[in-house]
Design a binder for this molecule. Structure first.
Ligand code: PEP
Length: 246
């Protein structure tokens, strides 16, 4: 269960949130919880969560170790501040920063080369869904974003299916729509890596996940977790989401 804080929260606000999460989720086992603060809060959050059952992720990286890339952050730097995870290919980055599948693929390989775990986001636009193209669009994204990624490295990859029309809109995919797409993604993984890797890969749903809809989403057989934006910014709602009941 992962929280994407996007461009929200100062260092102080981030620390207050993770303190509340740490206290409330200390007894949660067999469920992986990840928070993804903005770059500016990563180090403080990682320090605050050290030794806890909550992991820390970044929201992006640049696929080089170091160099003259003004404004960018490398995978090595993410490890240095205590990150275990990184979100890649989020639709906001594809849309506002023109990230192509080829560039996402470079980032995926760089993250894996440095030992990071990653959440790879894929998803169709409303127009593509209305044209009935969601399956082909998402399958193509998965194939291109994972090019040259080995079956062994897939142990550190989770995929987040995030229909763009459901992100930040309050409009959630129905549990059935989510499950159908997760199954399609698992079929693609099975074709690329075989059934064992496909079954072993966590496929998260993202798009207006809230305390009120998480239980139904998580009850679907192919929904292994959620990537949560807005509802991860408040301790109470994210705690309820991590503590989903099926
Ligand atoms: C996201 O940022 O990945 C997301 C799914 O946002 P929200 O939950 O706010 O729709």
């Amino acid at each position: 269960m992962a929280g994407n804080w996007k461009m929200y929260k100062s260092v102080g606000e981030s620390l207050a949130l993770v303190q509340a999460l740490k206290e409330a989720l200390g007894d949660v086992s067999h469920r992986e919880t990840v928070v993804c603060p903005p770059f500016t809060a990563l180090h403080a959050v990682a320090e605050a969560l050290r030794g806890s059952n909550i992991e820390v992720g970044a929201q992006n990286l640049y696929p080089a170790e170091e160099g003259a890339y003004t404004g960018e952050v490398s995978p090595k730097m993410l490890l240095d501040v205590g990150c275990q995870y990184v979100i890649l290919g989020h639709s906001e980055r594809r849309q506002y920063f023109q990230e192509s599948d080829a560039f996402v693929n470079e980032k995926v390989k760089a993250a894996l080369d440095y030992g990071l775990k990653l959440i790879l986001c894929v998803g169709e636009t409303l127009e593509q869904r209305e044209q009935g193209r969601q399956r082909s669009v998402v399958s193509a994204q998965v194939g291109r974003d994972l090019e040259d990624v080995s079956a062994d490295a897939m142990k550190r990859v989770a995929i987040a299916y995030e229909p763009i029309w459901a992100i930040g809109t309050g409009r959630t995919a129905t549990p059935q729509q989510a499950n159908e797409m997760h199954r399609a993604i698992r079929d693609v993984l099975s074709g690329l890596y075989g059934g064992e890797v496909a079954q072993g890969t966590s496929i998260l749903y993202g798009g207006s996940v809230k305390p009120l809809n998480v239980d139904d989403l998580m009850a679907e057989p192919d929904v292994d977790g959620t990537l949560v934006g807005g509802a991860s910014l408040e301790a109470e709602s994210f705690i309820r989401i991590v503590r989903f009941q099926t």
